[in-house]
Design a protein. Structure first.
Length: 254
């Protein structure tokens, strides 16, 4: 039941979780979860993921309350089944891979998130008719999102590939994203518990870091109504690229 005592861990974890909370609050929504890659520089990736999950669930409660009236129910009906399949596959991979392999995968996902930023900007600028519902595409993208979210809490890019061409109003896009990951993170609690990542030490560390949840989300809600997203994206993507490259190198060369 003893939390992590290493000050270097908290030096990385606190700002990374605040940035994650800001994105969860709708400011630069989908800006990425830096927490697991950052923590994985000093602790094992599965332990980092286990510590972060309860905090994400707390962030989800604040986010879903803020956006409770705006989410797209039909879109969620398309996405939810695929997410459950992806979570199950991610849990199998999570339990079968070594720490080094998980570190390499988290590094690759982080780099992929940055590369996806160019596609995201192109999709947001695109003209023409908004894409239709495309249930099969939604199933595939949500399954990929559930898979990468289970490994590294980084399910944003696959979901964005489906949602951005729909060109939903910003408020509805943010709300639907928040509700989707509220479902995903709640379901992930079961496989994480079965995999032993919600033990007393991890939960105690989560409790120490829990104040970052309301602080980050409320700050994100405030910023989303007052400030443009550009600077936030640049900061997070640079940090994700550097962290992802380090983890990928360590995982492959270790």
């Amino acid at each position: 039941m003893t939390p992590i005592a290493d000050p270097w861990f908290y030096l990385l974890a606190v700002p990374a979780l605040l940035l994650t909370g800001i994105s969860k609050g709708g400011f630069a929504s989908g800006g990425g979860n830096l927490a697991v890659p950052a923590m994985s520089l000093v602790i094992a990736p599965p332990q980092a993921a286990g510590i972060v999950l309860p905090i994400l669930c707390a962030m989800d409660l604040f986010g879903v309350w803020a956006y409770r009236r705006d989410w797209d129910r039909r879109t969620m009906a398309i996405l939810a089944p695929g997410a459950l399949v992806g979570i199950a596959l991610g849990a199998v991979a999570f339990g079968a891979l070594s720490d080094r392999a998980v570190k390499a995968m988290i590094g690759a996902i982080a780099i992929g998130f940055v590369l996806h930023a160019a596609l995201r900007r192109r999709l947001l600028r695109g003209g023409g008719v908004p894409a239709g519902e495309a249930p099969l595409k939604g199933l595939v993208c949500s399954a990929l999102s559930g898979f990468t979210s289970t490994l590294a809490h980084a399910g944003g890019p696959p979901l964005a590939v489906y949602l951005l061409p729909r060109r939903l109003p910003r408020q509805r896009l943010n709300a639907t994203t928040v509700v989707f990951f509220t479902l995903v993170n709640a379901v992930k609690l079961l496989p994480y518990a079965l995999l032993g990542q919600l033990h007393g030490g991890n939960l105690a560390t989560s409790a120490v870091l829990l104040p970052t949840a309301p602080a980050g989300v409320l700050l994100g809600i405030w910023l989303s109504r007052r400030v443009t997203d550009r600077l936030f994206y640049r900061v997070v993507f640079v940090l994700l690229l550097l962290t992802g490259a380090k983890l990928l190198h360590d995982g492959l060369a270790g």
